[in-house]
Design a protein around this ligand. Structure first.
Ligand SMILES: Nc1ncnc2c1ncn2[C@@H]1O[C@H](COP(=O)(O)OP(=O)(O)OP(=O)(O)O)[C@@H](O)[C@H]1O
Length: 257
């Protein structure tokens, strides 16, 4: 059974002007997959992540996460379901500036009222894994962007979610920090079999994934699967983006590092 199923989903925003942000979109994500979602600006990528995370509901069609329809859950159950099953990584890190690195990472566990010894053990394990031991008592303003994103990833993983949703996780990083973060996500994906769904505009970031799904005007456009070599996969992603058109950055300047 797929871990995420998007079944004929339509999302219409009602307002002064109604807007169909997703248009009969269907696809599955398999457990342990690392999926990138790409598409021009306004094609519905964030809307899709909001539906998967249960922040918003489809107008019609179904979103199933491990067979559960989040929109059918009561608010308390939905909150618990999101905390247990999902982790989130954002472009701007979303760390709490007043808290230390360690406090930011432990935060999701305090919401689940785990015993202190269990929380300590989990924070130790994840910070060792992500190489954050040396900065646990620093605050976000005292560390680099790449370190901030690693802290955000530790926070997303500390409660061992089955799915991590990442919205432009490398959008605010320089190319070296971006590569480190992508390598880290890839390692976690392989070793823990955590499923990743990553929205990105960046073909280099997408080339780290197993599959890239392209959407246009809220509808499925195409998808490509990784082959043996990242360089040729990257080139195929670029080709698809140029076919897709829309507001895609000047691709002629993009080169695989
Ligand atoms: N709350 C809302 N009310 C009305 N329209 C909305 C709302 N949120 C998004 N939209 C519209 O729905 C469409 C899809 O938006 P969405 O943010 O999902 O696109 P996106 O692919 O994530 O874009 P970007 O790459 O620029 O972040 C856009 O045309 C947007 O203007």
């Amino acid at each position: 059974m797929p871990i995420v199923s998007i079944e004929d989903v339509i999302k219409i925003y009602e307002g002064k002007v109604t807007h169909r942000a997703l248009d009969r979109l269907s696809f599955d994500v398999e457990e342990g997959e690392f999926l990138a979602v790409m598409g021009p600006s306004g094609s519905g990528k964030t809307t899709l992540l909001n539906l998967i995370s249960g922040i918003d509901m489809p107008t019609s069609g179904k979103v199933l996460i491990k067979g559960t329809d989040p929109s059918a859950l009561r608010p308390d159950d939905l909150a618990r379901f999101r905390r247990r099953e999902l982790g989130f990584v954002f472009q701007d890190f979303n760390l709490l500036r007043m808290l230390t690195v360690e406090e930011n990472i432990v935060l999701p566990l305090t919401l689940d009222r785990l015993p202190v010894a269990e929380m300590d053990a989990r924070v130790k394990a994840i910070t060792a894994r992500l190489g954050l031991e040396g900065i646990l008592h620093k605050r976000p303003d005292e560390i680099s962007g790449g370190q901030e994103q690693r802290v955000a990833i530790a926070r997303a993983l500390v409660h061992r979610p089955s799915i991590v949703l990442a919205d432009e996780p490398t959008g605010n990083l320089d190319s070296n920090a971006a590569r480190e973060v992508l390598d880290l996500l890839g390692t976690i994906n392989r070793e823990n079999r955590t499923t990743f769904i990553m929205v990105t505009h960046d073909p280099i970031a997408a080339s780290y994934c197993d599959r890239v799904l392209f959407i246009k005007d809220g509808a499925y456009y195409n998808e490509i699967h990784k082959d043996d070599r990242r360089r040729t996969f990257f080139q195929r992603i670029l080709n698809m983006l140029s076919l897709l058109g829309g507001n895609v950055d000047d691709l002629s300047s993009v080169r695989l590092p």
